[in-house]
Design a protein around this ligand. Structure first.
Ligand code: GLN
Length: 487
């Protein structure tokens, strides 16, 4: 049963083959059994889950339900959850219980979904391996000696090991897509502004976007349906009608124009990954697509621009953690200055401090024009590259990450090497575009993800393109040994 997708579980609930209480019990038991090894959950909210499951069953029997009613879901611990610890993977917020729900959480509640708990993540979503979490790293269920990716590593590991059928993630530079790739699941980073950021703890506000992580594109469509939509509490939320993301999943792909950017297949890409991407693209050709080489000439500038913009915005966003209002406060401060410096010094981890230092530097008088303003100009060049590309093609395909999941410690001492695991994902955030990662095979016994990039608000198209591939392949059904054996 735990190997079923959200869509299948939903049908079972609607037809009353099992109840939400039974389903919730199953997943809570699986969390009990496997979480110690994986460290995917920071907090398990079993009491809340029981309560929500009970209510969902009432709704299901009264016919007032929708596709997510009664479905257990887990939330990345970056989304504020009323009455439940919301840590953001940081010592700074270890003692923080959110007084309100993020809009995303509220929408899952309104749909009648059941929250299993809060998922581990890199501290304040800064990282690509989950090694920066205050709660210790999440393990990749495919090989517990390797990282699950980051920052939504808890979400990816939970879905891959089937201890949650679906999870939320957030993506500032790749944090949904890269862990989805490393753990062999499907993840979608929506167009900037499609999903409300209200109550989603801010890292880099002009880049951050929440999205679904699940087994299949079909499941991502169901989750996105609940997550997307205008929110007047988020000033960057886009006010446009929400499409029915499941309606076009089955459209044929005949005539689909795929662009392969030559910059995505150059130096640094593991050749086995390149081969698998080309094989997946060949499957698309069989489905009727045509392929064209394109160029995104400013791709090489995306990582340098990101590592100016993201730290700059984070240094400003994280200024609110001062030991006064909420979060960690140092013991026995001598005076106000000591309170600030020691609370921040003791509450934040090394990577977060590195980003705050870089961000403060690039925003300071005299450097702002040279760094921040320059980076903003590069953002425009990058979005213009995509704009040109989308005049010629419908979607762009390429690798999600240059390598498969790496081993713990392999990159943690070298921030630049770590930053490069996002070289193919970062550009989309700078441009605000949507992208997905879907499983397309294995290299060295570890999952490989392919990235599919679409034009603004083309989520329906992306989900359709991913779903059609998943109808003719079964990479998304592969399960890691030791976690998912059917019983
Ligand atoms: N790995 C990137 C970083 O460390 C992206 C993180 C994210 O998308 N939240 O900033």
């Amino acid at each position: 049963m735990h190997n079923k997708t959200i869509a299948e579980l939903s049908r079972g609930l609607q037809q009353r083959h099992f109840s939400s209480l039974e389903l919730t019990e199953l997943f809570l038991n699986r969390i009990d059994e496997h979480n110690e090894k994986l460290n995917a959950f920071i907090t398990v909210t079993d009491e809340l889950a029981w309560e929500q499951a009970k209510q969902a069953d009432v709704r299901l029997s009264s016919g007032q339900s929708n596709a997510l009613t009664g479905i257990p879901i887990a939330q990345k611990d970056i989304f504020c959850t009323q009455g439940v610890r919301t840590s953001c993977g940081s010592k700074m917020l270890d003692n923080f219980t959110a007084p309100y729900n993020a809009t995303v959480v509220e929408r899952f509640n309104q749909a009648g979904a059941v929250m299993l708990g809060k998922l581990n993540m890199d501290e304040f979503a800064m990282g690509s391996s989950n090694e920066t979490s205050y709660y210790g790293p999440v393990k990749n269920p495919w090989d517990i000696g390797t990282v699950p990716g980051g920052s939504s590593g808890g979400s990816a590991a939970a879905v891959a090991s089937r201890i949650a059928p679906g999870a939320t993630g957030t993506d500032t530079g790749g944090s949904i897509r890269q862990p989805a790739a490393f753990c062999g699941i499907t993840g979608l980073k929506p167009t900037y502004g499609l999903v409300s950021r209200w109550g989603m703890i801010a890292f880099a506000s002009s880049l951050d976007q929440g999205g679904p992580m699940a087994r299949t594109a079909e499941d991502c469509a169901l989750m996105l349906q609940t997550m997307a939509g205008f929110d007047e509490k988020d000033s960057t939320s886009v006010n446009r009608p929400v499409e029915d993301f499941s309606a076009t999943l089955n459209e044929r792909l005949a005539g689909l124009k795929i662009g392969l950017p030559k910059e995505f297949f150059g130096e640094g890409l593991d050749p086995e990954i390149a081969t698998l991407i080309h094989e997946a693209v060949a499957d698309y050709v069989k489905l009727g697509a045509t392929v064209k080489e394109i160029s995104l000439p400013n791709m090489n500038l995306s990582a340098p621009a990101y590592y100016v913009v993201a730290p700059a915005e984070c240094s400003s966003n994280l200024a609110r953690f001062d030991g006064v209002r909420y979060g960690y406060r140092c013991q026995n401060p001598k005076d106000l200055h000591d309170l600030y410096t020691r609370s921040r010094g003791e509450g934040f981890g090394a990577e977060v401090k590195r980003r705050i230092l870089i961000g403060t530097y690039v925003l300071s008088a005299g450097y702002y024009d040279a760094y921040y303003l320059k980076a903003q100009k590069i953002r425009r060049l990058i979005s213009d590259d995509f704009k040109r590309a989308f005049q010629e093609v419908d979607v762009i395909m390429g690798p999600t990450s240059p390598s498969v999941a790496f081993r713990f410690g392999e990159k943690s001492a070298d921030p630049i090497a770590m930053y490069l695991s996002d070289i193919y994902t970062i550009a989309l955030n700078l441009a605000g575009l949507p992208g997905m990662s879907i499983p397309v095979g294995f290299s060295k016994n570890l999952p490989v993800g392919m990235q599919i990039i679409g034009n603004y608000f083309s989520e329906s198209r992306l989900l359709n393109v991913a779903h059609q591939y998943q109808q003719v392949t079964d990479w998304h059904h592969k399960t890691p040994v030791g976690f998912c054996d059917s019983h």
